[in-house]
Design a protein around this ligand. Structure first.
Ligand code: NAD
Length: 260
């Protein structure tokens, strides 16, 4: 279905981004991987995408907090893979603290990676998409793009910003074949969430397993984690013809979190 398309997935060396990159590759897209990590492990991931799915995969070490590096990553996808048809803005980080204790440097970095990178990435890919009159921008927001939690000021502000930016990009391109939508996951068991589970276990002096149950019970009525693979399948759906007129939507995949 996506043969001949190129997909850039930011933050795809781990977690949700990797799940999405692998599903897009399974659907036939060539992939530009991005994110941090051990060089040998990243190379193994890149090679596995190529051999498992028979597509081409490149890796960019671009830091999503640096606009010039985001532009370079898009240029590298275009030069190396022949296009920039699909952009999944997924890279994201978290920090928890009350507003009065929130380090300014953490605020700035979270806004840069979780929000501004979505703007700069969209700005860089839109000319490529317009040239072919086809494109898909998929922003991985969060349930925290729709509702808030205490101690997550920067993350919640950034994700609400992503939901708003998604609508603007969708509207500006509404008469083209370029769509822009957001996916709003609840809890997904990735390294980002594991850190929060470990912190909860340490703070409350409970086991990691108990902390996991408590974390889910507090917000997510299904009491089940969403998987990166489920989000990958949704991203593939958003790239298809059936989704051609879904524009500016925020699709919740949160076990009922925001239905409450
Ligand atoms: P993760 O920590 O497993 O992966 C984050 C990825 O982003 C990694 O590949 C990391 O290397 C990369 N990254 C971090 N900083 C970067 C930077 N400056 N430049 C480039 N890459 C960078 O996290 P995850 O849980 O897979 O989260 C992915 C996205 O999904 C994030 O935007 C997150 O906010 C969102 N999200 C996660 C959950 C969840 O429950 N895990 C829920 C809702 C939304």
């Amino acid at each position: 279905m996506l043969k001949g398309k190129t997909a850039i997935v930011t933050g795809s060396t781990s977690g949700i981004g990797l799940g999405i990159a692998r599903k897009l590759a399974a659907a036939g897209a060539d992939i530009m991987l991005n994110g941090f990590g051990d060089a040998a492990e990243i190379e193994a991931v890149r090679r596995a995408v190529e051999t498992d799915y028979g597509v081409r995969a490149l890796y960019s070490a671009a830091d999503m907090s640096k606009p010039d590096q985001i532009a370079d990553m898009v240029a590298a996808a275009s030069a190396g893979l022949g296009g920039a048809d699909i952009l999944v803005n997924n890279a994201g980080i978290q920090h928890t603290a009350r507003v009065e204790d929130f380090p300014a440097e953490r605020w700035e970095t979270i806004i840069a990676i979780n929000l501004s990178a979505v703007f700069y990435g969209s700005q860089a890919v839109l000319p490529h998409m317009k040239a072919r009159n086809w494109g898909r921008i998929i922003n991985i927001a969060s349930a925290h793009g729709l509702v808030a939690s205490a101690q997550k000021a920067a993350y919640v502000a950034a994700k609400h910003g992503v939901v708003g930016l998604t609508k603007v990009v969708a509207l500006e391109n509404a008469e083209t074949n370029i769509t822009c939508n957001a996916i709003c996951p609840g809890w997904v068991l990735t390294p980002l969430v594991q850190k929060q589970i470990d912190a909860l276990a340490a703070r409350e002096n409970i086991s990691v397993q108990e902390a996991q149950v408590r974390l889910l019970s507090e917000k997510q009525p299904s009491k089940q984690f969403t998987t990166p693979e489920q989000l990958g399948d949704l991203a593939v759906f958003l790239c298809g013809d059936a989704a051609a007129n879904i524009r500016g939507a925020s699709l919740s995949v949160d076990g009922g979190w925001t239905a409450q």
